[in-house]
Design a protein around this ligand. Sequence first.
Ligand code: ADP
Ligand code: MG
Length: 259
Amino acid sequence: MENEILRIEGAIKRFGGLLAVDGCSLSVQEGTIVGLIGPNGAGKSTLFDLISGFVRPDAGSIIFSGKQIGGLPAYRIARLGLVRTFQIPRALMRMTVLENMMLGSQNQTGEMIFRPILSWGRVQAQERSIEKKAEEILKFFDLLRMKDEYAGSMSGGQKKMLEMARALMADPRLLLLDEPFSGVNPALSERLIERIKMLREKGLTIMIIEHAIPYVLALSDELYVLNKGAILANGRPDQVISDPKVFEAYLGVGFDAQH
Ligand SMILES: Nc1ncnc2c1ncn2[C@@H]1O[C@H](COP(=O)(O)OP(=O)(O)O)[C@@H](O)[C@H]1O
Ligand SMILES: [Mg+2]
């Protein structure tokens, strides 16, 4: 399809004898928010690991923006514009919020190992512009006032926001969010919903794994249900949610908002 930014066909991932992802296929249109739900252990996070290059698929194809990315390392996939957040935030607690943000940036000249000494001024100028960008993104999430505090001093919800803010430092075109609302209080969640919608308006494509159905319904243009590693249903969120086989899949394992 013309606007397809991501296409997965027959992705498979085994952990020993366990088929965590079992022939999963899906398609994501550019500029949309796609929800991914499913019972605990369905393989949702593992699917994100495969897409973002943190785990290598055993089989299948993953095409991002017309390019086969299946099996590429995470840093190369991130450079192509595909970045993910983790279910458990990975902020470095003994670094400041701003320092965490600076680590999320890519293509910094300052990262290069061999660099003529004369370009030092350019490096400094670039660092300043990265810092400015970090501050803008922190402001977008209402976190700017915390920029000099340790990430470890933030609340669970703020850490989740920082995780998302840091991912944006890499200028992604496709952002994968793994349970962005878990551990976030309702007021902060409402704010987060608005921010995520604003990102879509700016043209970002977003995939979200989330258990809280009201948040999924509020955000998703399209919804996929993963069950035992394969897609069980997909389509318009309200229709998918009322599909009896989706209900049954959840009943088999039980609702659980922990993972
Ligand atoms: N690194 C791993 N090693 C072994 N098993 C794993 C690993 N990661 C995930 N699994 C297993 O794969 C299955 C899918 O897990 P996961 O993708 O985390 O599910 P979900 O995110 O849908 O809850 C689970 O049975 C889980 O225990
Ligand atoms: Mg998970």
